[in-house]
Design a protein around this ligand. Structure first.
Ligand code: SF4
Length: 250
């Protein structure tokens, strides 16, 4: 049988209903080694939804997304781009922490989720989007982009570009259609900034992508912020697409 969260996702329900059901999910094997499910943070009527890869070590222990080092990078960039965190919904493509012990058995090392695990967890994501109905969707890193758009999407080539949502999605009918259409932007996972050889350049490129998002939010909210294309990312940041052989640093 194909792994899927679908049998565990309430057919209808608000955000508290989804959050209450998520700890019971057995849609794939990732719940077995995780401390707890890490669902989301942010209001049910958020303007923008940020989708990351999966909880890291700190998130797994805290039960909240983006509370580790990568979350600090995201928080700084949101503030500097002018994106109100109180209007932002933060979630992950995969809700349980996938990891393996290091050689001494002391540290939990992040593993990138498999395509089967990403697809197993997708019903949670589509249920969240049905509630939130975000005006702007932001994929943070390759795993999130591939969960939303499909396996052929390349963050390195497409980061900062504006696409229509859900038209750009893999199986767009899974997501609510808005009038006018919502917009989609992909960028790197903030952990890629922490791993980059030139962190300043990587952060500047990340901030430029979020500035595009801020412009979209200004436009959808009737503010005067113009939608600006992202500048070409520095080479160091362009190499960082949210993945390494051992996955993102959290
Ligand atoms: S990772 Fe997703 S599909 Fe797998 S058990 Fe956790 S919530 Fe369910």
């Amino acid at each position: 049988m194909t792994a899927s969260a679908q049998p565990f996702v309430p057919a209808t329900g608000d955000l508290p209903t989804l959050k209450a059901a998520a700890p019971g999910c057995r849609g794939c094997d990732l719940y077995r080694n995780a401390t707890q499910v890490v669902f989301s943070s942010g209001p049910h009527d958020a303007d923008v939804a940020f989708v990351g890869e999966q909880p890291g070590d700190a998130e797994d222990l805290a039960g909240k997304p983006f509370v580790g080092p990568a979350g600090a990078v995201l928080a700084r960039a949101l503030a500097e781009a002018g994106i109100p965190v109180e209007r932002s919904y933060l979630t992950n493509a995969v809700k349980h922490f996938k990891w393996h012990p290091d050689s001494r058995g002391r540290r939990r090392v992040h593993d990138t989720p498999a395509r089967t695990e990403i697809m197993a967890c997708r019903p949670w994501l589509t249920a969240e989007f049905a509630v939130i109905r975000p005006k702007v969707v932001v994929a943070l890193g390759a795993t999130a982009a591939q969960a939303l758009i499909g396996p052929s999407f390349r963050v390195t080539r497409m980061r900062g570009q504006i696409l229509d949502w859900p038209a750009a999605a893999e199986h767009p009918a899974n997501f609510p259609a808005l009038r006018p259409p919502a917009r989609f932007v992909a960028t790197v996972h903030p952990s890629a900034v922490l791993r980059a050889e030139d962190r300043d350049a990587a952060y500047a490129a990340f901030l430029a992508d979020l500035t595009v998002v801020a412009g979209l939010l200004g436009a959808t909210n009737g503010h005067s912020s113009a939608v600006r294309p992202a500048p070409a990312p520095p080479a160091a940041a362009a190499r960082a697409d949210g993945r390494t052989r051992n996955g993102p640093t959290r």
